[in-house]
Design a protein around this ligand. Structure first.
Ligand SMILES: Nc1ncnc2c1ncn2[C@@H]1O[C@H](COP(=O)(O)OP(=O)(O)OP(=O)(O)O)[C@@H](O)[C@H]1O
Ligand SMILES: [Mg+2]
Length: 234
């Protein structure tokens, strides 16, 4: 920009300047520079998005109940999990389908509730990935793995969040135990079996809500979180 202005103001550069211009190949340099700047802009925007999501996700500054936009929490969780959902060499992306209702702000511990979304959605990804390891790329493409997230206001002044995957589902003897501390079906070193038991505590004890699960083999899995709009604790 500045260089172009100089060129306009002084169209006849002195010999040494002319030499230098030729040496640095100015037209190519300025073209490359534009491209580099564009990549940097895309990169910094993505970083800004992730940092915002991380801050929104952890809400470290907020130890008390606050009026919270639940959809922001779910969206931050999905941004953080983007890397696990996106297309891989061995499989197409796991599709997320959002069906958000018209929710009021909800009085809750935002950071803790985000932890619950993270646990449930990560479990869904684990289950879908495990199942898709036995499917061909083209079969997954024509019948994609999906995670649907629906929200609504419930008749009893609460909100309901439904997180559904079309994965392998669970046998009844597994489903019965998923909220037990340390219950896991994952290999040693992969799962601690604490995700859902912690989530259960957060929803029921911290928020006076309910958390349960519908699942059967081959039918996918649905987790339902219900919490009151106004916190029961004062
Ligand atoms: N969406 C799902 N589809 C199928 N099985 C599931 C699903 N969600 C949970 N499970 C089962 O519930 C078990 C317990 O889940 P939980 O999140 O408590 O522990 P984990 O995922 O095994 O370990 P981590 O402590 O790392 O979360 C899982 O090991 C898995 O067998
Ligand atoms: Mg888990």
């Amino acid at each position: 920009m500045l260089v172009h202005l100089y060129q306009q103001s002084y169209p006849h550069p002195t010999a040494p300047v002319q030499e230098c211009l030729e040496e640095i190949e100015l037209p190519f340099l300025s073209e490359d520079l534009t491209k580099v700047m564009q990549s940097m802009r895309v990169g910094t925007n993505r970083i800004r998005e992730i940092v915002l999501s991380l801050r929104n996700f952890s809400r470290l500054d907020e130890a008390e109940v606050k009026d919270v936009n639940i959809h922001e929490g779910i969206d931050s969780t999905l941004t953080i999990l983007h890397n696990r959902l996106k297309t891989r060499a061995e499989r197409p992306e796991i599709q997320t389908i959002k069906d958000y209702g018209n929710l009021p702000l909800v009085e809750c511990y935002a950071g803790q509730l985000n932890q619950v979304f993270m646990n449930i959605i990560s479990n869904a990804i684990d289950a879908l990935e495990e199942r898709d390891r036995q499917r061909l790329y083209k079969d997954i493409e024509s019948n994609p793995s999906t995670i649907s997230i629906r929200t609504e206001v419930t008749p009893n002044n609460g909100i309901g969040i439904y997180i559904t995957d079309n994965g392998p589902g669970m046998q009844e003897q597994v489903r019965k135990r998923i909220f037990d501390p340390f219950f896991t079906t994952k290999p040693v070193g992969k799962g601690t079996g604490l995700g859902l038991s912690i989530s259960y505590q957060i929803v029921t004890e911290k928020h006076g809500g309910k958390l349960w699960c519908n699942s059967s083999p081959g039918q996918g899995t649905q987790f339902i979180i219900e919490i009151p709009i106004k916190s029961l604790k004062t």
